[in-house]
Ligand binder design. Structure first.
Ligand SMILES: *Cc1c(COP(=O)(O)O)cnc(C)c1O
Length: 365
C-alpha cells in the first residue's frame, strides 16, 4: 500500500519531486563542480525564485546552510554580542533560547504554557536587547503566532534585530520582510523535500551587526558566518560543497508552487486546517490540543487522543496514513498532523473519515 506521511518533518515529498529528481540524475546534477557555471546557474535561479516567491527586498541576502538548527546558531552568533530575547512556548523556541545560552550570551525569555500563545501586551523587552527571536510556528505544540504582532513588535523596537523561525510554517506564511532581519527555514517540512538544506534570509542591518561584532573580535562563526558567506554569495557559490541536488529541487518545487499560485496554496491550507479543526471541535473522543482558535496552527495540528493513541496510530497506518506522535511528555497521548502543500484536500477528507470511523469503533469502551 502507498503510504502518505502526515508527519511534521520529514514529511510526504511534494508530488513533483520524483520527476525532478529523475531529471537531475539524467543531467548529472549531483556530479557537477560547485565552482563552475552550471552550478552558479542553479544558485542564481534559486535565489531569483526565492526572492519573487516571498517578495524579498532586493538588498536582502540569501544564505545556504545545512538545517534550521544551524540557522539558529548562525543567527545568535552573528547578531548578538550580549543580549537576546526569546518567546519560548515549546521545544523549538526553547532550542533557539538554549543556543544563545550555550554561546555564552545573556538569553532572556518570555515563556508561555505549552499549547498556548503569548499575552503580548504584557511583555516588556529590555532596551538593551539586540535580537528578538520568534518561532512563528511551534511544531511541538501546534501554536502559531499572529504575524501582525511580530510585525508590531518589530516596529516598536526598531533598534533590535528581529529573527523569525518559519521552519514549519513556510510556505504558508506571508511576511513583510522589510520588518524582519533574519528569517530561516529548512526544506523537509512545508516544501516536501528531503532533509539537508536550510535557507536564511538576512537583512543588510543584520550584516552590519555581524561586521560590528567581528570588528570587536567577537566570534561570529568559522564554518559559516554572515561575513564568510557574503563573498561566496556574490559569486553564486558556497564555501563548502553544498547539497546541489537539494538546491536544484527547491527551485523546481518553488516554481511548481508558483504555477499553482501561492495565494491558492495558502487558501487551501486554511481550508484543510478548518476541515480538521471543525471535526475535532465536534468529536467526543478527540480534541484539538490548542484550545484557543486564534493560537491554532494552520500547518501543524496537534490532537489530544489519550489512552487510545497507539491504537489510533496503528489504525491510520493500516490505512496508509502515517501521523506524528506528540512531543516530549505528550508523546504517548497526542498525535501531530502536518498540513503542508503536499497534502491534498482529498487526503485530508479521507483522514477525517478515518478519524471518525476510529472514534465510532472505540466509543463506549
Ligand atoms: C524542525 C524544526 C526546526 C529544526 O529544523 P532542522 O532542519 O531539523 O534543523 C526548527 N524549528 C522548527 C519550528 C521546526 O519545526
Amino acid at each position: 500500500m502507498k503510504k502518505i506521511f502526515l508527519t511534521p518533518g520529514p514529511s510526504q515529498l511534494y508530488p513533483t519531486v520524483a520527476t525532478h529528481m529523475k531529471n537531475a540524475l539524467k543531467n548529472a546534477i549531483t556530479s557537477i563542480s560547485h565552482r563552475g557555471k552550471p552550478f552558479e546557474e542553479i544558485i542564481n535561479n534559486l535565489v531569483l525564485r526565492l526572492k519573487t516567491f516571498f517578495s524579498i527586498p532586493p538588498d536582502y541576502h540569501i544564505f545556504i546552510v545545512a538545517s534550521g538548527t544551524e540557522a539558529m546558531e548562525r543567527t545568535i552568533q552573528n547578531c548578538v554580542e550580549k543580549t537576546s530575547f526569546h518567546f519560548v512556548n515549546g521545544s523549538f523556541s526553547k532550542r533557539f533560547y538554549q543556543t544563545s545560552q550555550e554561546l555564552g550570551k545573556n538569553a532572556l525569555k518570555r515563556e508561555a504554557t505549552f499549547g498556548e500563545g503569548f499575552d503580548f501586551e504584557k511583555v516588556i523587552i529590555p532596551k538593551k536587547t539586540e535580537l528578538i527571536c520568534f518561532t512563528h510556528n511551534e511544531t511541538s505544540s501546534g501554536v502559531m503566532l499572529p504575524i501582525e504582532i511580530i510585525q508590531k513588535i518589530s516596529k516598536h523596537y526598531p533598534k533590535s534585530l528581529i529573527a523569525v523561525d518559519i521552519v514549519s510554517s513556510a510556505p504558508y506564511i506571508n511576511f513583510d520582510f522589510k520588518l524582519l532581519d533574519i528569517v530561516f527555514f529548512s526544506v523537509q517540512k512545508g516544501f516536501g523535500l528531503p532533509a539537508g538544506l536550510g535557507i536564511m534570509i538576512v537583512s543588510p542591518k543584520a550584516i552590519k551587526k555581524s561586521a560590528l561584532l567581528s570588528k570587536k573580535n567577537i566570534m561570529i562563526g568559522s564554518y559559516h558566518s554572515f561575513l564568510s558567506l557574503l563573498p561566496f554569495e556574490a559569486k553564486s557559490q558556497t564555501p563548502e560543497t553544498p547539497p546541489v541536488l537539494e538546491l536544484y529541487l527547491l527551485e523546481k518545487v518553488l516554481a511548481d508552487m508558483q504555477k499553482i499560485g501561492i495565494k491558492n496554496i495558502r487558501e487551501e491550507t486554511e481550508k484543510k486546517a478548518k476541515l480538521i479543526y471543525d471535526f475535532l471541535d465536534n468529536n467526543q473522543e478527540l480534541s484539538a490540543f490548542v484550545k484557543n482558535p486564534k493560537d491554532r496552527s494552520q500547518t501543524i495540528i496537534v490532537v489530544q487522543v489519550g489512552k487510545n493513541q497507539q491504537a489510533l496510530k496503528k489504525y491510520l497506518e493500516e490505512k496508509g496514513y502515517i501521523v506524528g506522535s506528540g512531543y516530549g511528555e505528550h508523546k504517548a497521548t497526542q498525535i501531530r498532523i502536518a498540513n503542508f502543500p503536499t497534502h491534498s484536500l482529498d487526503t485530508m477528507k479521507k483522514l477525517v473519515r478515518y478519524l471518525e470511523k476510529f472514534t465510532q469503533s472505540t466509543r463506549g469502551e
